[in-house]
Design a protein around this ligand. Sequence first.
Ligand code: CU
Length: 153
Amino acid sequence: MFNFKNAIAVLLITLTSPFVVAENLTIDDAWIREAPPVSRVQAAYAIFKNDQSSDIEIVSASSSAFKKIEFHKTISENGLTKMRQQASIAISAKESAVLKPEGMHMMLFNPVTPLRAGEKVDINFKLSNGNSMTSSFTVKKVSGSDHHQHMHH
Ligand SMILES: [Cu+2]
């Protein structure tokens, strides 16, 4: 017998959104910069939007496609551009944390296989409250110089 209630439940599960929501955190515009096959490090960016009335802290990130993921901040010091590792990404209540080139970013170390533009990679985030969430990142080719190529030796 056709069960209308179950049919709606299945439909809702099937309708996946382009971004992932956990609690009141939204991850949007998630992408990884395509790197040359010889590269052992590449950068990832995303917009983390906190819609709740309390702060959210992302304490770690991991992916089966990379050996290690770190949070970095690009800073200018004595005229030199440097990267500093950050312990976490903090997103204030009702605010967004924007990870973008030349700013906060994720550093992805030692890809298991070279990733080409158009491929998708899941990255899992652990929050300070013990919860975690996963978001799909799309590899994109970006023309122009990539300072990461000579920053991590
Ligand atoms: Cu970096």
